[in-house]
Design a protein around this ligand. Structure first.
Ligand SMILES: *Cc1c(COP(=O)(O)O)cnc(C)c1O
Length: 437
């Protein structure tokens, strides 16, 4: 299968090229040329299949033309070593828990899958023998931990995680800055936006790019984006088994809109989701687009749900592309909601009190959007994208409840930090990469 650019000014690319370059030469995002419907027989049996079986069937429709089926099966099995269960939270309100992976956030699914697919192409693709591939990723916390842990010890791939000094929590930092081996953490004396600019500049530097073979593990990369469709199918299967899948509304806490884009692609593949809600924090450019049909990106605002602090969602171009640019069509599938920090804090406390269920700040946003937006006869599912312990300080402040830190998280914090300090300067970054690679 070929991939086209959302800017339509670049040649079609093979999967390998889309994965190893992330962005098309015209700076557009890659989209699969065909989004095939899953067969009726698949939906007839889906409720009796495991997460891994469902993921494999969906993965085949995307990738089987480009990766041998036996190899693809191994990639799925290696990546998905945990489940994504649904939990009843209140009347007609369910949580899809996506935080049972190694770094306790939903990004584990896409990061682990992409790591294995990139590892496959390094071994079997046209890159064989051409040296290693270098993954650059800027993070404000969660992306860095999922990507670093997902790519740890993948042969032929080196990861550079850029993060702003003093602006990620010590617990998050410990998850990507203590690993070593093929993971280099770079502590940038600057902001998250500085980190992102450095990465963007490196991608735009064609000389450096062809020498070092740079790619991104953000949700702009199709190998991280598409596997996120797996858990939407699985959630449908779990709800169908309970007889609750007929009028399903899914609320997605959204930042770069990679998660919800995967859901929209699943719907396009025939998954019977009635509609989606995009839940935002104070960074509400998407809600604004729904209300006015104007897309006006802005600098991001810092909030208590910081993985959604995005002022120019990178996957917006894909949402537009999926609906052929029709604002009406987008509005008929997706509604929006946005909450202030105060409302998010109240939502955490309220959900705990009403339902004895403690969401993290991102999940709380999506829960509140369901409570406010669900209609009679509908069943709501919100995506709980991180374990609340990842945001312990905020969650404790909101609820006055002390939360236990799971062993898996606590184990990181005893390890030694191995970051390289760096100024927010492109020449310094370039020299570091050239000396290191
Ligand atoms: C990354 C992240 C989000 C936002 O996901 P997008 O795909 O960027 O929209 C939401 N919640 C958590 C916990 C995250 O880490």
């Amino acid at each position: 299968m070929k991939y086209y650019s959302t800017n339509h000014k670049a040649p079609l690319a093979a999967l390998e090229e889309a994965v190893t370059h992330s962005l098309a030469p015209d700076r557009g995002l890659y989209m699969p040329e065909r989004i095939a419907k899953m067969p009726d027989s698949f939906f007839a049996e889906i409720q009796d299949m495991t997460f891994q079986e469902i993921a494999f069937e969906v993965a085949k429709t995307f990738f089987a033309e480009d990766i041998k089926v036996s190899e693809l099966k191994a990639i799925v099995a290696d990546a998905l070593t945990f489940d994504c269960p649904v939990v009843e939270v209140g009347k007609d309100i369910w949580s899809l828990e996506l935080f049972h992976g190694p770094t306790l956030a939903f990004k584990d699914v896409g990061a682990r899958f992409m790591a294995r697919m990139l590892g496959h192409f390094v071994k079997n693709g046209s890159y064989t023998g051409a040296g290693k591939i270098n993954v650059l990723v800027a993070t404000s916390g969660d992306t860095g931990s999922a990507v670093a842990n997902g790519f740890l010890d993948v042969d032929g791939v080196h990861v550079y995680v850029l993060y702003p000094k003093g602006k990620v929590s010590p617990m998050q930092e410990s998850q990507f800055a203590t690993l070593g081996r093929n993971i280099t953490a770079i502590e940038v004396d600057g902001t998250f936006d500085d980190c992102q600019s450095l990465v963007k500049e490196a991608f735009a530097d064609t000389g450096l790019n062809s020498k070092l073979m740079l790619t991104s593990a953000n949700s702009i990369n199709v190998a991280r984006l598409l596997p996120q469709a797996f858990y939407y199918f699985n959630a449908y299967a779990l709800m169908k088994k309970k007889g609750l899948a007929d009028e399903l509304v899914i609320s997605v806490p959204s930042g770069n809109f990679g998660n919800i884009t995967a859901g929209l692609i699943a719907k396009r593949m025939g998954l019977p989701i009635k509609r989606f809600i995009a839940a935002n924090n104070a960074n509400d450019v998407f809600l604004n687009y729904l209300n006015t049909s104007k897309y006006e990106p802005r600098p991001s605002i810092q909030t208590v749900a910081n993985a959604m602090d995005v002022g120019a969602p990178s996957n917006f171009a894909r949402v537009i592309d999926l609906y052929g640019g029709s604002h009406d069509a987008i509005c008929s599938d997706i509604s929006g909601a946005a909450y202030s920090d105060k409302q998010i804090m109240q939502a955490m406390a309220c959900c705990l009190k009403r339902n004895d269920y403690l969401p993290d700040p991102h999940g709380a946003c999506a829960w509140q959007a369901l409570i406010d937006g669900i209609k009679p006869g509908e069943v709501g599912l919100f995506l709980e994208t991180a374990h609340p312990a990842k945001f312990a300080t905020i969650v404790e402040r909101a609820t006055n409840v002390r939360i236990d830190i799971p062993q898996r998280l606590a184990a990181f914090s005893t390890r030694q930090k191995l970051s390289i300090p760096m100024r927010a300067d492109y020449n310094d970054f370039k020299h570091l990469l050239e000396a290191d690679c």
